[in-house]
Design a binder for this molecule. Structure first.
Ligand code: GDP
Ligand code: MG
Length: 163
């Protein structure tokens, strides 16, 4: 089977925007039921000579803030169980949250490759939080702007190294 890359992150960090930029052909759209976004949750992607499947574990997102954290734990567990590489996405417009810290710890302990991705860094330059990201214990943060398509090539280069 093709390598699986799972994207984990709080709602609104830009997972779907990122997906749409990387999207290939076969795409599944989740059912049109209440509380279920119509985002693409599976994407066939290709980079250089590598083919892989990307999963948006946050494709089904909660309405209520109360369930965000428990849902993130669940997402992270799905990623740990199914992915070859985990992309943990956070929002570069603000400092990371305690929820982000908790998920980072879970991912750290899983023993799988985890790539810390900071989205919404629209000029792709280190922002005011840059050195704080190292405290998440996931190594070098990759700064990207899904909207401006900045940093995505370097990120994909890093992802395929683990295949
Ligand atoms: P998801 O909930 O993680 O899937 O996030 P979405 O992809 O739905 O994006 C949430 C919001 O963040 C939307 O308003 C996007 O337009 C915005 N967004 C996504 N990527 C970027 C980015 O690179 N820069 C900025 N400034 N906004 C972004
Ligand atoms: Mg989404």
């Amino acid at each position: 089977r093709k390598p699986v890359v799972a994207v984990v992150g709080r709602p609104n960090v830009g997972k779907s925007t990122f997906f749409n930029k990387v999207a290939g052909k076969r795409i599944s759209i989740v059912e049109d039921t209440p509380g279920v976004t119509r985002d693409r949750i599976y994407v066939d992607a290709e980079w250089l000579n590598y083919k892989f499947t990307m999963i948006d574990t946050g494709g089904i997102e909660p309405d209520s803030k109360d369930v965000i954290l428990s849902q993130m734990r669940e997402q992270a567990q799905i990623a740990i169980d199914t992915a070859d590489v985990i992309l943990f996405m956070i929002d570069g417009k603000s400092a990371y949250t305690t929820g982000d810290e908790e998920i980072a710890l879970m991912l750290q302990r899983a023993g799988k490759p985890v790539i810390l991705t900071v989205n919404k860094v629209d000029n792709a330059l280190p922002n005011e939080f840059y050195y704080d990201y190292y405290n998440l214990g996931l190594g070098e943060p990759f700064l990207i702007s899904a909207i401006n398509v900045l940093g995505i090539g370097d990120l994909l280069d890093e992802i395929v190294q683990y295949f």
